[in-house]
Design a protein around this ligand. Structure first.
Ligand code: FPP
Ligand code: MG
Length: 295
């Protein structure tokens, strides 16, 4: 299935989307797409089929988010912990991802037409070379698109992300690009893989599991969290709308918490701004290098 689909809302769904859109809709939603293997077991199909239907559900969900006017989505596609699964399953997930990233690149015109910017967040060095190259190509191709943002957490865990952010800051201090007093909450935020994104306002996890599984731990401290008691391939627009209604009902309480969080972030001095500019340039250079490497 394609990453970018046409809208398929029926009239009642269209009407409900319109009503929900008249209230406040989150600008950024993060998803933990959990329950693919349980879905496979429940339906007597192979695990791979569960993951494949999980991808189809992702494409459908992205379209619902577009219908709702949500400009940014972040999805947990592969955790560093997932490398501990059987070799057969890891290989199958890598194969599926390779196919999907190839498909994404073949839909270049649609991506550009819709202004979709793709960002993959995670430790890319843990991935096979062919997938790294496809990811680099997709990110470079879409880097200037500004209408909608899809962040794919791949070979990602939040604690690894925080550890690399600390290493980045420490190396800045060691080469005198930063002073120790520059290492603040805001500096570390800007060293995360998600440095260019606002924090998600709503996090949705499916499958009935009630935990965060090392996902965006830094970024969701002020977010509304919604646990849906449904396996990911069974997720429907009604679950998404229910999560947004919960967000709308808790919005009044979220605002002061988010404002206090923003006020805790001080001003950036010139040295820190230069450090961030250099960091962004060096990340882009690494992608260019991956793009030109022989897969
Ligand atoms: C969690 O269900 C799902 C995953 C580990 C993989 C999710 C991946 C996709 C939906 C494909 C996305 C691909 C791209 C390229 C974006 P689980 O395996 O933990 O199932 P369980 O909780 O029932 O065991
Ligand atoms: Mg799971």
């Amino acid at each position: 299935m394609s990453w970018i689909r046409a809208s398929t809302l029926n009239w009642i769904q269209f009407l409900c989307v319109k009503i929900i859109k008249s209230g406040r809709v989150p600008k950024h939603i993060a998803f933990i797409m959990d329950g693919n293997r349980r879905y496979a077991q429940k339906n007597n199909v192979r695990k791979f089929e569960g993951h494949s239907q999980g991808f189809d559900k992702l494409a459908e969900t992205l379209q619902w988010c577009l219908d709702l006017g949500i400009p940014e989505v972040t999805v947990y596609a592969f955790s560093i912990e997932n490398f501990k699964r059987s070799q057969e399953e890891v290989d199958a997930l890598m194969e599926l991802s390779q196919q999907k990233f190839e498909r994404l690149l073949s839909e270049k015109d649609k991506l550009m037409e819709h202004g979709v910017c793709i960002r993959v967040i995670g430790n890319l060095s843990l991935l096979p070379q062919n997938i790294r190259k496809l990811i680099a190509q997709a990110m470079i191709l879409t880097k200037d698109n500004k209408k909608t943002f899809l962040n794919v957490a791949f070979a990602y865990t939040a604690r690894e992300e925080m550890a690399q952010a600390v290493r980045t800051a420490v190396s800045g201090v060691e080469r005198d690009a930063l002073q120790l007093s520059d290492v603040t909450q805001q500096l570390l935020s800007n060293c995360l893989y998600t440095s260019t994104s606002p924090d998600p306002e709503l996090l949705i996890r499916t499958s009935g599991e009630v935990r965060l599984s090392d996902y965006l731990l830094w970024q969701v401290s002020c977010s509304c969290i919604y646990f849906a008691d449904v396996l990911w391939p069974e997720f429907s627009i009604w679950h998404l709308l229910a999560a947004i209604i919960k967000y709308q009902r808790s919005y009044a309480q979220l605002v002061p918490v988010q404002q206090a969080d923003e006020m805790a972030n001080g001003c950036l001095n010139e040295r820190i701004s230069l450090f961030h500019t250099c960091l962004a340039a060096s990340r882009l250079a690494s992608l260019e290098e991956l793009n030109h490497a022989v897969a």
